[in-house]
Design a protein around this ligand. Sequence first.
Ligand SMILES: *Cc1c(COP(=O)(O)O)cnc(C)c1O
Length: 404
Amino acid sequence: MTADEARARDAADPLRHFRERFVLPEGVIYLDGNSLGPLPKATIAAMAHVTQQQWGARMVRAWNEGWMDSPQRIGGKIARLIGARPDEVIVTDSTSSNLFKLLVAALQQNPARRTILTEAGNFPSDLYVAQGAARCVAGARLHSVPRGELLGALSNDTAVLLLTHVHYKTAQAFDLELYSTCAREAGALTLWDLSHSTGAIPVNLGAAGADLAVGCGYKYLNGGPGAPAYLYVNSKWQDILTSPLNGWLGHAEPFAFAEPYRPASGISRWLNGTPPMLAMAALESGVDLALEADIVDLAQKSAALFTCFANIGAALGLECVSPLDAASRGSHISFRHADAYPLSQALIARGVIGDFRAPDIIRFGLTPLYIGFQEVVRAGEILREILTSGAWRDARYSVRAAVT
Ligand SMILES: *Cc1c(COP(=O)(O)O)cnc(C)c1O
């Protein structure tokens, strides 16, 4: 795509006006919104409101003025992005903790089935959590197999099929409906991690017949660093599964201070402690913004940005590891390169912020809400300049920081 074509595409983009809704610093092409979404301008005001008007002025009274029901309220909003009913989603804890709660609950629900089945190469935190969850339930084990062997590995011992919908490295997407259906036919539950899906591509958990899901608030939902996560439980399981992390806010009557523990009915039983209201306010602001965009517009633009970047990569001889078929992927593009780390550092030094995923992947988030075609074309020019000049070979680009 030429610079002129990119300008014309941006001018015709129905999502173009969303760009002004974000703080996007001059001189930066931000291709990392799939790792940490940028700051929505409305969030600055939302944070001032929650601190000054609510915490500052209303103090403890604010719990009854919209704080206490914020996990359910924001969950109900996220539900609209993932094809769930409003009472099937709740905002709480981190993605990792939510995975733990749901995996243990799934294992405890059916003692005749002891296996968590997942994809080898799934996001490491999901694998670590699954290992830990298996250790907490007698006889349980984690079984990881390559993507192509998953369906064949479903058995009468599979308690739960744990899959990340969009792969964090390659952007490969599973067919939600196919895998949910196959798992159900094998008698297993499905647990989907939607961290790299929600807010970028269409997701319909209800239509797919998915049982359980979790996802992240700080990627495409732009909820802020370490934003609270969300958890989905299909209504048919809500009174059957119980959280292993009992806490007072998951109790049927938190303020009766009654013993013993009695789980709330519905989705609220997945809460345990007090919601972090400052972080909840930032997340709600990000979710409200995401709800303004049409998911079909987002998906179409994501696909077009991908094609643009994939053509640039092909012209540079880079090996693209992301699926070329838009229906089979999320909203980022990844290339394999032996020196992916110094390459990503050289790009960052020139204002093109993507990221590196060990050992050899360079990854670019093509977040359709605020990234334009001109930025992708410009990022491609900078990439070409670095590759042809060999600038990335400079020793300073090989120094590893803690976060890559
Ligand atoms: C980002 C991400 C997470 C994040 O987990 P945290 O508990 O928020 O650190 C989990 N799973 C996947 C697949 C992710 O992409």
